[in-house]
Design a protein around this ligand. Structure first.
Ligand code: RB5
Length: 142
């Protein structure tokens, strides 16, 4: 899959680590920044990921800020985007099986490196269940 990845300064280091993880899993990664620890505004990065996905230039997105909250609010501004802020393997799996989440948000100041890595592995490999869940997500997205 082509995964569009972005972070603000709070998520920069975790983004760099997860890019390696995603590459090892065989995914193509598009990194929209940021590219250093210099302070940036998370909505700008969220917008870049959203635009790539809407343009068909990415299958999934991963966004990281300090808490994951700002990114998830900022990116969920389109009917095509279903972003989920996940904190563990369970929420990661459910966000795929039940919500067909196409953007994963993480909080680098909340979630440790090892847990974040497992979240990404589970999130990337879990399929959407469809059925009644398709009916439900059709009520708020397309
Ligand atoms: C930046 O300090 C911080 O506000 C940001 O990373 C994020 O946590 C916002 O929701």
């Amino acid at each position: 899959m082509n995964v569009v990845v972005g972070a603000d300064h709070g998520g920069f280091e975790l983004k760099e680590h997860l890019i390696v993880v995603l590459s090892e899993l065989g995914h193509e990664v598009t990194d929209v920044g940021c590219y250093s620890l210099d302070s940036v505004d998370y909505p700008d990065i969220a917008g870049k990921v959203r635009e790539k996905i809407l343009a068909g230039n990415g299958d999934r997105g991963i966004l990281i800020c300090g808490t994951g909250i700002g990114m998830s609010i900022a990116v969920n501004r389109s009917l095509e985007i279903r972003a989920a802020l996940c904190h563990d393997e369970y929420t990661a799996r459910m966000s795929r099986e039940h919500n067909n989440a196409n953007v994963l948000c993480l909080g680098a100041r909340v979630t440790g490196l090892g847990v974040a890595e497992e979240i990404v592995r589970v999130w990337m490999e879990t399929e959407f269940e469809g059925g009644r869940h398709q009916r439900r997500i059709a009520k708020y997205s397309r």
